[in-house]
Design a protein. Structure first.
Length: 539
C-alpha cells in the first residue's frame, strides 16, 4: 500500500548543480530534526538488506555499499572516479603490462590492531575463486593468471598467479595486459579477510575489518551500525565517527524518514514525490547517470524458452521501453542493448528493430508469438520473479500488462524479500523470467559482457554460445583498443540476437541529501563511501 504524502510547507529556495548531475528543488524548513549533526552520526537509507558482508559472497549492491565502508582493497576510487592507492602505498607494472607488484602500507592495520599482510590478500582471492564456493563475484578476479582455469575446475587453487614474497609485497600476474586492473582492485571481491569466521560473522564483537569503519551493530531487516576504525591508517581523513544504515526498501518510507529528519541521505526517491519536490523550496535532489542496466533474464533451462528463439524475441518486442522509462520518472534512458552509454571505448549496441514505430513493433511481436506456437487459445504462461521494491513491482506489473494486451500472455507475479530473492534466482525451478540488474565493477564493456559467459556465476539465464565466448576470448587477447572494441561489440550483437535477456532501461542514481552533508559527488560507478562525506556543525 502506498502511503499518502502530505503537502510540503513553503520554504526558502535553494538549487545546486553538481557536476553533470541534475539537481532539482527540494524542501528544507526550520523545525526538522538536526540529530544527525548534533551527534555527528550519518544516517543513510539503504534500499535492501545486505545479503552478506563476506567479500567472497556479496554480489548485491546493498552489500557492496556497506563493504566499501568496512573494508579496503589495494586501491580505492575517489569521488571523481580516479584510482588511488589504498591498502597498497604504491605499485609498479612490468613492460608487458602483465605483472603488477604492490607494496602494502606499513601502517595498514586490521580493526584489532594487527598488521594487514600481503598473504591475506592471496588467501582472500583464493577463497573467492575456489570452485566449490561458487562465488558470484569470481569473475571480478578472472584477469589474474590461472583464474579462468580455476573457475572452470581445470586447475587447483594454488595455481593462481598471485603470491606474497613477504608481508608487505604482493605480486600479481595477469592473463593479459589490462590497464584497468588497478580499478578492478577497488571492488569488494578483491578485499582481504582476516579469517573465514570473521568474514561470515554477523556479531559486531567478532568483527574484524581493515577499512575506515568497523561493524558496531546489525539488526537484520532494520539497521546496521558502523563506527570509525581506530586502527585505520587514514583515520585522520574519516570525518564522521559513526554511520547508521537504515534498511528501507519502500521508497515512500525513506522519503518520509528524510522529511521527518530521521535520515541524512537516501539512496532512492519515489517518483510520486517529484511534483511535491519540484513545487517546494528546498535543498538537494541529486540525479546522475551511472553504468548499470535493468533487465529481465529468461530461464533458458525451461522447455518453453530453451529452443524457441521466436518466443523470446516476441516477449522482447512487446515491451514498450519508452513507457517503462517514463514511468521511472527520473530520465532513465530505455535500453535496447545491455552495455550502457558512457562505457569506456565502446559504442552501445541495440536491436535492429528498436527504431520501429509502436504499431510495427507490436505487429512483429504478435507474428513471432504466433509462429512460436502460441495464441489466444493456447496462451503462454510464465512466472515472473522480482524482489520487493515499489518501483520494481510497478515495472513488473506494467510489463505483464503489456504482454497480456499485445500477446495474451498470462504472467504469475512472484514478489520476494531481497535476501530470499537472491536465493530463489539460483533455483531455476522457481522462475521463468526474473527481474535482474547489473552495475559495473569497473568501466569497461567486458565487465558487462563477461556476465553471460557460459561459465559465469552471474549468468542467471544459463546462456551458452560458443561464438559469443570466442569473441570475448579474442577481445581479451587483443592489445589494440580499436580491434578489441569491435570484437566486444560483435559479441554483444551475438548475445542480443539470441535473446537470453530483455534489457529494460539504464539506471540513474537518485539521492536526497541534507544541506549539512557535503561530499556527495556521483561518479560513473555510483560509488559513495561514507569516508567521502562530512557533516557541518550547523546549517
Amino acid at each position: 500500500m502506498t502511503s499518502r504524502l502530505r503537502p510540503l510547507r513553503s520554504c526558502r529556495l535553494g538549487v545546486l548543480l553538481l557536476g553533470s548531475a541534475l539537481v532539482l528543488p527540494l524542501w528544507g524548513c526550520g523545525g526538522q530534526s538536526n540529530q544527525g549533526v548534533a551527534s555527528q552520526q550519518l544516517r543513510r537509507g539503504l534500499a535492501g538488506e545486505p545479503a552478506s558482508l563476506d567479500p567472497a559472497e556479496a554480489a548485491d549492491n546493498f552489500s557492496f555499499q556497506v563493504l566499501q565502508d568496512l573494508y579496503e582493497g589495494l586501491t580505492v576510487e575517489n569521488a571523481q572516479g580516479q584510482v588511488l592507492p589504498a591498502a597498497a602505498a604504491s605499485w609498479s607494472v612490468d613492460p608487458d603490462g602483465t605483472e603488477y607488484t604492490f607494496q602494502l602500507r606499513p601502517d595498514a592495520r586490521w580493526s584489532n590492531g594487527k598488521p594487514v599482510r600481503a598473504q591475506e590478500f592471496v588467501a582472500a582471492w583464493r577463497r573467492v575463486l575456489e570452485p566449490s564456493r561458487g562465488s558470484q563475484v569470481s569473475d571480478v578476479l578472472r584477469l589474474i593468471a590461472g583464474a579462468p582455469q580455476i573457475i572452470a575446475g581445470q586447475l587447483g587453487i594454488s595455481a593462481l598467479g598471485a603470491y606474497a614474497p613477504n608481508d608487505h609485497t604482493l605480486v600479481v600476474k595477469l592473463e593479459r595486459p589490462a590497464p584497468y586492473f588497478p580499478q578492478l582492485l577497488a571492488h569488494s571481491a578483491s578485499f582481504p579477510v582476516y579469517s573465514d569466521d570473521a568474514a561470515r560473522s554477523h556479531s559486531p564483537a567478532a568483527w574484524v575489518s581493515n577499512g575506515p569503519y568497523v561493524l558496531s551493530s546489525w539488526l537484520p531487516g532494520t539497521r546496521l551500525g558502523l563506527k570509525a576504525n581506530p586502527h585505520y591508517w587514514d583515520r585522520a581523513n574519516v570525518h564522521i565517527p559513526s554511520v547508521e544504515y537504515a534498511i528501507a526498501s519502500d521508497l515512500n518510507s525513506q522519503f518520509a524518514q528524510y522529511r521527518a529528519g530521521q535520515l541524512d541521505v537516501t539512496d532512492i526517491v519515489p517518483v510520486n514525490a517529484i511534483p511535491w519536490i519540484q513545487a517546494e523550496h528546498a535543498k538537494e535532489l541529486v540525479v546522475a547517470p551511472f553504468l548499470a542496466t535493468a533487465y529481465f533474464g529468461l530461464n533458458l533451462s525451461t522447455p518453453m524458452f530453451a529452443t524457441n528463439l521466436k518466443l523470446r524475441q516476441a516477449l522482447a518486442m512487446a515491451i514498450d521501453r519508452k513507457r517503462i522509462a517514463a514511468a521511472q520518472g527520473f530520465g532513465q534512458p530505455p535500453a535496447y542493448g545491455f552495455v550502457p552509454p558512457g562505457t569506456w571505448n565502446y559504442t552501445p549496441q541495440s536491436w535492429d528493430w528498436s527504431a520501429l514505430s509502436d504499431t510495427q513493433r507490436i505487429s512483429a511481436a504478435q507474428r513471432l508469438y504466433s509462429e512460436a506456437g502460441y495464441s489466444a487459445a493456447k496462451p503462454l504462461r510464465i512466472r515472473l520473479l522480482y524482489n520487493a521494491n515499489t518501483a520494481i513491482k510497478q515495472t513488473a506489473i506494467l510489463i505483464a500488462a503489456m504482454w497480456k494486451e499485445s500477446l495474451g500472455v498470462d504472467t504469475d507475479l512472484s514478489e520476494e524479500e531481497y535476501r530470499v530473492f537472491l536465493q530463489s534466482r539460483q533455483d531455476k525451478t522457481r522462475w521463468d523470467v526474473a527481474r535482474l540488474g547489473w552495475t559495473a565493477d569497473f568501466n569497461d564493456a567486458s565487465n558487462f559482457l563477461d556476465t553471460f559467459r557460459a561459465d559465469s556465476a552471474n549468468n542467471d539465464s544459463k546462456f551458452a554460445n560458443h561464438t559469443y565466448d570466442g569473441l570475448l576470448d579474442a577481445a581479451a587477447r587483443t592489445p589494440d583498443p580499436d580491434t578489441r572494441r569491435k570484437l566486444l561489440e560483435a559479441a554483444e550483437r551475438v548475445m542480443l540476437n539470441d535473446y537470453p535477456i530483455l534489457p529494460l532501461y539504464f539506471f540513474v542514481s537518485k539521492r536526497l541529501v541534507k544541506p549539512y552533508v557535503s561530499g556527495v559527488q556521483p561518479n560513473p560507478l555510483d560509488r559513495l563511501t561514507s569516508k567521502m562525506l562530512s557533516m557541518s556543525a550547523s546549517h
